[in-house]
Design a protein around this ligand. Structure first.
Ligand code: IMP
Ligand code: MG
Length: 200
């Protein structure tokens, strides 16, 4: 089977769980080209380090890099929140830290989605203490209605309504990351699952 047909067949299986497509593949890629141009203009001639927050932002990072025709490095961090009680106090557990110091470097944090803002508030505080030359955020998605702490975001791909989304890196219970678009999950998937309602 040709590669595209294989991909279509695989996605059809996952597609059954999608209520509707919120942002299609072409819109994602078009917006990424715009973000890439803005970021290129900002960092041309500077020592740029892209820091992606695992795992949700890997597809965004991989596609965004292809729109940055300037030298840059990438690095990764991984976090997990302790659950609602500690999440509301903004404490995030670092599962993986950066490989190298960032002092004097221009750091751009690459995020999949900003929801309450607690994850990024914690990360930017931690990274700012390491004295980078600059520290900015690019996020693919933003749910402004859900914000609990103020975050200064330099670039946002799309502002979206308060719905649980999957695809293009974003998961529900570690699945659906490979969908090439951003979709809204059918509510029966999480009411029938042990993993529960992601919006609660
Ligand atoms: P925050 O700390 O509340 O801003 O949480 C941000 C993190 O929550 C993101 O990096 C995602 O991992 C996760 N998240 C928030 N909303 C969604 C969603 O609609 N779908 C998938 N993951 C989400
Ligand atoms: Mg995440």
């Amino acid at each position: 089977m040709p590669a595209q047909e294989q991909l279509d067949a695989r996605n059809r299986i996952l597609d059954r769980d999608v209520e509707r497509v919120l942002i299609d593949e072409a819109s994602l890629q078009a917006r990424l080209a715009e973000l890439g141009a803005a970021i290129t203009a900002r960092y041309a001639g500077k020592d740029l380090l892209l820091v992606a927050v695992l795992k949700g932002s890997v597809l965004f990072l991989a596609d965004l890099m292809r729109h940055l025709p300037i030298p840059h490095e990438i690095d990764f961090m991984a976090t997990s929140s302790y659950g609602t009680e500690v999440a509301s106090s903004g404490v995030v557990r670092i599962l993986k830290d950066l490989n190298k110091p960032i002092e004097g470097r221009h750091v751009l944090l690459v995020e999949d989605i900003i929801d309450s803002g607690h994850t990024l508030a914690y990360l930017t505080g931690m990274l700012a203490a390491r004295n980078p030359a600059s520290l900015e955020i690019v996020t693919l998605l933003d749910k402004p209605d859900r914000r609990e702490v103020d975050i200064a975001v330099a670039w946002t791909g799309f502002s979206i309504p308060n719905e649980f989304v999957i695809g293009y890196g974003l998961d529900y219970d570690e699945r659906y990351r490979n969908l090439p678009y951003i979709g809204i999950l059918k509510p029966e998937i999480y009411t029938e699952s042990d993993a529960g309602n992601p919006l609660e």
